[in-house]
Write a protein that binds this ligand. Structure first.
Ligand code: LLP
Length: 431
């Protein structure tokens, strides 16, 4: 699953003690394992090898430049959703041809930037957006390649906030309108519309939604073919799961064994279909932990609170989605090693604990109702599976500076984003 292990009651990230990372960078901080990032990327690449997809890492999940650079070095392209992410991908050395750009609200300035760079694919989410792109291509005397993001009305069986492929969401164009869309825009002289894009939701823990979505996409491609319209690219989006609890998610090979047979015949022959994947979480989530220190322990009513230096400002997922993140002490002194990462652990001596942050909201928690070893002021805690949608969704709420980020490679820990200072907090304000 990852490269975070306990050795004699002490957590290691690869060969570096978590306590050493905390000493180096202070807390709260994110620690990422390069080995885990590489392993997850490699597993996806191997599992989907028969259809040789272009893997475009989804920048939104963890966008630190050092991580992007590392993934580009492994051969990854990038999936971006804003001008800011586009700039990051470029700065990380990504070939613009290997960048795909989705998002329902691309601004004129963002489209101009992407056109000037000659990115690989615009994933178009509405008729109006296509017309805007075409107009801007004409004005700037550029050309573009585009895919239509279809909304296939498939239930990904995940959190309402992150279900994107159902009809009632704002994403893509209803699949029933796709034929008309291609008829209207398929012959645009400047924007070559030859792709279909899907992204059903995130995370998707079974293969069934992919099968349903891809089957609908293939039927659409065939229907377009009958009209003489060729589709040469199918972008399947992301959504592959991660292990928030031990062995919670299908392996890359399991997703692939369902998806590859549907697509493999299409990727061969005279007019092969090019496949794109946009994985984020499945690469980065298990590659990162959040390290936070217990400031105080107190009882309120019949509950025990461990008040930490990180809360919803550092990791929003528990508070925003009710997401489960396994939490356990990281440093020596507490010798109980968790047998697995689970909601309910049955071990002697555990105390029911609320792991909360310092912010002025009752919704500010990292873990509710969790059985943990008795905690004390100064204990270092690890919040697991925090590599995706952790730092990228962090905020400065209550004027807490953003955490540091550390990338571990074997026995070496490098600060790849310094902790913000109080000066940083007010740097953009004009007095
Ligand atoms: N492609 C598109 C078009 C997307 O919108 C997303 C994620 C991805 C790819 C990558 O999905 P992944 O492989 O990481 O599941 N903040 C939420 C997740 C929101 C996902 C948004 N889109 C969370 O913390 O769970």
């Amino acid at each position: 699953m990852d490269d975070f292990r306990y050795v004699e009651g002490e957590l290691f990230c690869e060969s570096v003690r978590a306590s050493e990372v905390a000493r180096l960078a202070g807390t709260p901080c994110y620690a990422y394992s390069r080995a885990t990032l590489a392993a997850h990327f490699g597993r996806l690449e191997a599992a989907f090898a028969p259809i040789a997809p272009l893997i475009c890492y989804s920048v939104k999940c963890c966008s630190n430049l050092s991580i992007l650079r590392f993934l580009v070095g492994l051969g990854s392209g990038m999936d971006v959703v804003s001008g800011g992410e586009l700039r990051r991908a470029l700065q990380a050395g990504c070939d613009p041809q290997r960048i795909v750009y989705a998002g329902v609200g691309k601004s004129e300035a963002e489209i101009r930037l992407a056109l000037s760079l000659g990115i690989g694919l615009f994933n178009i989410e509405s008729e109006m957006e296509f017309e805007n792109l075409s107009r801007l291509a004409k004005e700037t005397r550029t050309r573009a390649r585009a895919a239509l993001r279809v909304n296939p009305d498939v239930d990904p069986k995940t959190h309402r906030y992150t279900s994107t492929g159902k009809r009632e969401t704002k994403f893509g164009v209803d699949i029933e309108r796709a034929l008309a869309f291609f008829r209207t825009y398929g012959a645009d002289p400047l924007v070559s519309l030859k792709g279909i894009h899907l992204h059903l939701g995130s995370p998707i823990y079974t293969t069934a939604p992919y099968l349903e979505g891809i089957t609908k996409a293939i039927a659409l491609i065939d229907a377009l073919g009958r009209l003489g319209i060729t589709v040469d690219t199918l972008d399947l989006g992301g959504g592959f799961g991660a292990d928030y609890e031990s062995e919670q998610s299908p392996l890359a090979a399991e997703y692939a064994s369902a998806i590859v047979p549907l697509l493999e015949p299409r990727t061969r022959g005279a007019a092969p279909l090019r496949i794109i994947l946009e994985p984020g979480r499945t690469i980065a989530a298990n590659a990162g932990i959040l390290l936070t220190r217990v400031e105080y322990v107190k009882r309120s009513g019949d509950r025990t609170f461990a008040i930490c230096d990180a809360g919803m400002n550092a990791l929003l997922r528990p508070s925003h989605y009710g997401a489960f993140h396994f939490v356990w002490p990281a440093a020596p002194g507490i010798t109980m090693t968790p047998p697995r990462r689970a909601r309910e652990l049955v071990m002697p001596g555990l105390v029911r604990t609320e792991v909360v942050g310092p912010l002025c909201e009752t919704g500010d928690f990292l873990a509710e109702d969790r059985m943990l070893p008795p905690l004390e002021r100064g204990n270092l805690l690890a919040v697991y599976t925090a590599g995706a949608y952790g730092m990228t969704m962090a905020s400065r709420y209550n004027s807490h500076p953003l955490p540091a980020e550390v990338l571990v490679d074997g026995a070496t820990a490098t600060i790849v984003r310094r902790r913000e200072t109080y000066e940083d907090l007010v740097a953009h304000e004009l007095s």
